[in-house]
Write a protein that binds this ligand. Structure first.
Ligand code: UDX
Ligand code: UDX
Length: 434
């Protein structure tokens, strides 16, 4: 099938590349000239494990290309994916202006063929109806298109794997034609993975995405609440949550306490969902609590650092991990940025290291130092602060780390070490909820 992907970011690029790998003819569109130039030369503008290889393979096979010619892409494609970003407005509601803009562009470019317009971007419930209304405003006949909601559940860092091995495929459709076309599109994946396919109404599909993200964020905030309780009660949150998570009804995933959830999705989607609840006059106190505990997680960590290090002015502190989670170069809403901000206010001398996210962080914090390796960042440090649980940090030779440091203090925002083992080596060790 011929597919156009409007918006080749984390979601669009991964989706488009995987669809090409299933054998479809995919054209990726993006209005960012820098990004597009890279894509046209076959280079992924983002770091995502396995993505570059898949892009190279599918460009070589002639199934994947990139362009800024949105009109041509729409005219030539049977299925058009909207994958543009839906950033938060100042009040937390999702800013749908890019989705609207693209809807106008689609309406103007439509030819006589029937088109399936798929909303892949995370949007509030009833957005598909807005897309439909926009097309109808342009006097496009209803018979010429269907608007479908097909939310993505990929996680950054494992985006390709999540797309190729999904837990489920959710397709929100209003017509039999749209259902058949979407099933045809995903047929190679359905056959290969036997992933359950949920055919639901468009509104349900839209709510499934926001509901899933809110539930996952809820689990993390619950874990962080338990961490607060354990700190005050003198218990070990890792022991507590390990045992709680063994209950099949609860599950151990997304139950890791730390310095809170970040990224381009959870904070934004939870804020947008809160607004949806307000619009629907549904009590949103659960969502408010999720957000509040998430802010407390990073704030309590910062307070711990300030209390222990006392006068931070001129103190050499190392930040390890800048990305909002491991295996990505993405720093959007990364808790590490809040830690850096707070330490800069205290005039600490910050040296940071991250295996992938330093280039992005340099744009926000040009005034701090960046080290070429973890070892170089730790050299002469008076405090080590771990903000992201990269594997290379978990594998540290802590004896060597201690030798490199001037003061052996570790603030571990992701609980990557065992307190007894670190303390045995002579470190002062502060983690979360233990
Ligand atoms: C974003 C949202 O964060 C996510 O919730 C949603 O499901 C999909 O879009 P992501 O892919 O991570 O996810 O965003 P981003 O990497 O910013 O990609 C969006 C792309 O769309 C960018 O490359 C941007 O240049 C492009 N874009 C944006 C267009 O091509 N046209 C526009 O009008 C606006
Ligand atoms: C999330 C959803 O998981 C995905 O399904 C959706 O499509 C997009 O949003 P993503 O933001 O890429 O994916 O990463 P995720 O792995 O969910 O992590 C989000 C944040 O939660 C990270 O900051 C991570 O550090 C934090 N987290 C995750 C925890 O603090 N504890 C956990 O147990 C799990």
């Amino acid at each position: 099938m011929k597919v156009a992907i409007i918006g080749s970011g984390y979601v669009g690029l991964t989706t488009g590349t995987c669809l090409a790998d299933f054998g479809h003819q995919v054209i990726g569109i993006d209005n960012n000239p820098e990004k597009l130039a890279k894509l046209k030369s076959g280079v992924s503008p983002i770091y995502e494990p396995g993505l570059q290889e898949l892009i190279t393979k599918n460009i070589a096979a002639g199934r994947l290309s990139f362009s800024d010619d949105i009109n041509l892409a729409i005219k030539e494609s049977e299925i058009i994916f909207i994958c543009v970003n839906t950033p938060p407005k100042t009040d937390g509601a999702a800013d749908l202006s890019f989705v609207e803009q693209v809807s106008h562009q689609i309406a103007k470019a439509l030819n006589h063929d029937h088109k399936i317009i798929v909303d892949k971007s995370t949007v509030p419930v009833k957005t598909a109806e807005k897309v439909k209304e926009t097309l109808l405003q342009h006097s496009v006949s209803q018979a010429k298109f269907d608007v479908v909601s097909n939310p993505e559940f990929l996680k950054e860092g494992t985006a390709v794997k999540d797309t190729l091995e999904p837990d489920r495929i959710v397709i929100g459709v209003d017509t039999e034609l749209a259902k058949q076309k979407m099933l045809e599109l995903y047929q190679p994946l359905i056959i290969k993975t036997k992933a359950p396919v949920k055919i639901v109404s468009v509104r349900s599909a839209e709510l499934i995405k926001h509901g899933a993200n809110t539930f996952l964020a809820n689990k993390i905030s619950f874990a962080n609440l338990m961490a607060q309780i354990c700190e005050e009660a003198g218990a070990d949150v890792v022991e507590v949550l390990d045992a709680i998570g063994l209950d099949d009804r609860i599950g151990s995933q997304f139950l890791n306490p730390g310095i809170g959830f970040g990224g381009s999705c959870f904070p934004k989607d939870i804020a947008a969902f809160k607004k949806t609840l307000e619009t629907l006059a549904v009590d949103n106190s659960l969502i408010e609590a999720i957000e509040k505990i998430n802010q407390q997680a990073v704030n309590r960590f910062i307070q711990k650092i300030k209390k222990e290090l006392w006068a931070l002015d001129g103190k050499k502190v190392t930040i390890l991990g800048l990305a909002f989670k491991p295996s990505t170069d993405d720093i959007r809403n990364a808790p590490a940025l809040k830690v850096i901000d707070a330490l800069l206010k205290e005039k600490a001398q910050i040296i940071a290291y991250d295996p992938q996210a330093m280039e992005n962080t340099k744009k926000t914090f040009p005034q701090i130092q960046y080290a070429p390796s973890a070892e170089a960042a730790i050299q002469g440090s008076e405090a080590l602060i771990i903000c992201t649980e990269w594997d290379e940090f978990k594998k540290f030779d802590l004896v060597k780390v201690k030798q490199l440091m001037t003061e052996p203090i570790i603030f571990d925002g992701r609980n990557i070490f065992k307190p007894t083992e670190v303390e045995k080596l002579g470190f002062k060790y502060f983690s979360v909820g233990r």
